[in-house]
Design a protein around this ligand. Structure first.
Ligand SMILES: *Cc1c(COP(=O)(O)O)cnc(C)c1O
Length: 424
């Protein structure tokens, strides 16, 4: 068989073998991590172009380097496509990833020591929303809102009270483990009332927003930050979308505030992903991601799994395994052996520690990219149920059960070729 990457195999067989093994793993496992996806072959090709050879500090038309004849139109194309897709006035497509994009928002609108307000990490927020171990929690004074214990949802009376008491410069909404629709209008109203800049971090749901399967933060948020590699199905990277009035502050924060040269091969791949996301088929994809998540949540609930907030509105399901008497990490490791790739996760008010929490987090973006539909979600739930039961049983029983599931998973996935992966 000819290797999928012949030059790589020739130059560095050791690395090529690891890549081939990863291709195999991504092909024959059911990937349920909600922040992951499969990019298209076109996006992969763009990331592998000679654009990686270029330095382009600055912005189109205002570079510190010559030789930008092709780079300027590429970056302009990506930014124009982002604005067209999300209905925004200005797009900065240079942030290296989601975390530096958020840091740029802080740099643009706050001074060290200022108060910033975000969702508590164990309640679904992100490290960069002012959590203590993050630079954003060390250099700023982070205050955190939570979700209600009863229904796992944000209490806007609490958010408003906290904002009025703390007067944050920046309010962040969005997160990494939020199974419900984010009410951007409610956050916008509170931000205006207290004079805060509202940053909507839509990293997880950007693809759903682009595809019309989640409400848009436009016009409620002052700034929108997002990764490009989650539901948006682009390369690893990020964007900041704003109204024209904030364009200069954001651009200066990204460069020269935080970064040097943009990653032009990534910018090109972002442009490709945005082009794909503007097609009617992407609207179908976004709707299918949500339909699959709702179907999987319903099947899991039927099997007695406790879901944070009782279900999902989007691509993500947070399962509280306390009632199953299996810690999240134990379950996640067992499921991984069964070919079901998930991550362990804290649940709101988790009595366990973040590195050994009570929950697992599931998502449907990847399996939907492979063409699985709602009719397969009963099977997926059954595998998860069996896998978690096996994890609780332990010993030889566990080994046999997980091996059995692993075979069934590989067999199903063989009928659903993954975008971007070599076949055969
Ligand atoms: C993934 C994510 C980020 C960080 O993105 P990285 O690219 O991993 O730095 C930031 N915010 C939210 C809400 C995320 O989900």
């Amino acid at each position: 068989m000819t290797p999928a990457h012949p030059a790589l195999a020739q130059t560095d067989p050791e690395l090529a073998a690891l890549v081939a093994a990863e291709e195999q793993l991504q092909a024959d496992t059911l990937r349920l991590i909600p922040s992951e996806n499969y990019v298209s072959t076109a996006v992969l090709e763009a990331t592998g172009t000679v654009l990686t050879n270029k330095y382009s500090e600055g912005y189109p038309g205002k570079r510190y380097y010559e030789g930008q004849q092709n780079i300027d139109p590429i970056e302009t194309l990506a930014a124009d496509r982002a604005n067209a897709l999300f209905g925004t006035e200005h797009a900065n497509v240079q942030p290296y990833s989601g975390s530096p994009a958020n840091l740029a928002a802080y740099l643009a609108f706050a001074e060290p020591g200022d108060t910033v307000m975000g969702m508590s990490l164990p309640h679904g927020g992100h490290l960069t929303h002012g959590w203590s171990v993050s630079a954003t929690g060390k250099w700023f004074r982070g205050v955190q809102y939570k979700v209600r214990r009863e229904d796992g949802r944000v209490d806007f009376d609490e958010v408003r009270d906290l904002a009025l008491a703390e007067r944050p410069k920046i309010i962040l909404c969005g997160g990494t483990a939020i199974p419900r629709t984010i009410d951007f209008a409610a956050f916008g109203e509170i931000a205006r009332e207290v004079g805060a800049v509202l940053v909507a971090d839509v990293a997880h749901i950007a693809g759903l927003i682009a595809g019309g399967a989640h409400p848009s933060p436009v016009p409620h948020a002052d700034v929108i930050t997002t990764t490009t590699h989650k539901t948006l199905r682009g390369p690893r990277g990020a964007m900041i979308l704003t109204r024209a009035e904030h364009a200069r502050a954001i651009d200066r924060a990204v460069f020269p505030g935080l970064q040097g040269g943009p990653h032009n091969h990534t910018t090109a791949a972002i442009a490709v992903a945005l082009h794909e996301a503007a097609q009617p088929s992407f609207r179908e994809y976004a709707a299918a991601v949500v339909a699959n998540a709702k179907a999987l949540a319903a099947q899991l609930a039927e099997r007695g799994f406790e879901l944070v907030s009782g279900g999902t509105d989007n691509h993500l399901i947070l399962v509280d395994l306390t009632g199953r008497e299996v810690p999240g990490k134990v379950a996640a490791k067992a499921l991984d052996r069964a070919g079901l790739v998930v991550n362990y996760n804290t649940v709101p008010y988790d009595p366990r520690k973040p590195f050994d929490p009570s929950g697992i987090r599931l998502g449907t973006p990847s399996l939907t990219s492979r063409g699985l539909g709602t009719e397969q979600m009963a099977q997926v739930a059954e595998w998860i149920d069996r896998g978690v039961a096996a994890a609780k049983a332990g010993g030889a029983e566990e080994d046999v059960a997980l091996k059995g599931i692993r075979g069934e998973v590989a067999e199903l996935m063989a009928s659903y070729p993954a975008p971007g992966l070599p076949v055969g």
